[in-house]
Design a protein around this ligand. Sequence first.
Ligand code: NAD
Length: 354
Amino acid sequence: MNLNFDHVTLGQRVLFGSGRAADSLADEVARLGARRVMVVASRSEARVAQAVTTHIDVAVFHDDVAPHVPIAKAESARAVAVDKAVDLLVCVGGGSTTGLAKAVALATGLPIVAVPTTYAGSEATNVWGLTEAARKTTGVDDRVLPVTVIYDAHLTLSLPVELSVASGLNGMAHCIDSMWAPRTDPINRALAAEGIRALAEGLPAIKGDPQDVSGREQTLYGAYLSAVAFASAGSGLHHKICHVLGGAYNLPHAQTHATVLPYVLAFNAPAAHEAERRIAAAFGTGTAVAGLSSLRATLDAPRALKDYGFDETQIPEAVELILPVVPDSNPRPVTATDLEALLRAAHAGETPVL
Ligand code: NAD
């Protein structure tokens, strides 16, 4: 096969090590010469944030975080940053918390050091999101890419198994969708394949024992790779579907991704031989669909959109919203009938058919 592609690698320091977060953060604050640090963490993440920031001076803790970054929350966080003359943002938490720090960085240009505690992966992308009047807008801006990410698997030990599974499968969706997304290339496909392998190893270990640090490490490593692959490859069919469902019907992010993924894989796999082969190899199974299906069975993964607030009557409208945003790069043409069948099966939690 001829190699002919344009690839951009985003510049970011990644400090990975269990039990190292507080020391690594102190080193980064010193290296960046920051004197006025704003720590963003939701109330449920406050305990972890306190522990991680023990070795630094904090100008302000900000805990007014909500899912999908409502514009009012972004504006009040921006006002706090200006009012307190902040020179560095530190976010400690899941994708919602990272998203709020990104919204502040977008407006102020302040650097971010991210300390993730879920497997969402936002910390490794230059993608921001804001919600206004129930409409989610996303964009790409290098100012929101954290300058440093500090990964410490100990910080994820408190993430309940159910949320860990959904969040880890959100990472899996980044990997699988990267295989056919608009800017897919050999580099991001290699990262995605290693991400699939790591997540397929780490998630069952967490399911078996939520306090298994090596399972948490593998999953965090896989989540990072998945986000780098996604940031590079862009949004494929899966992400377009989930973006519409999340935005229009306020469905929970990680669970929506976890539920929809097997249907998109089953739909695309027969038309994407190279992707199919690589995904299957990463799972170590005969086919990609079998690999994902067996992992999902082990994990008792989220199964049906009806369990997360999606109503059957919303399917026709969802089809209309998704159809115009289907990427041209998709390996298989997508009709309204295809989308309707996919959403009906995902709504009910039926076994995906090839
Ligand atoms: P989340 O950040 O809303 O976290 C889910 C819940 O887990 C929250 O209640 C949170 O307080 C709790 N939590 C987080 N860490 C915990 C821990 N260690 N222990 C116990 N509880 C913990 O959900 P998420 O799935 O991490 O992120 C979803 C958001 O991230 C969505 O808004 C999505 O759009 C965004 N996202 C953005 C990108 C991007 O590139 N911009 C990528 C992925 C996700």
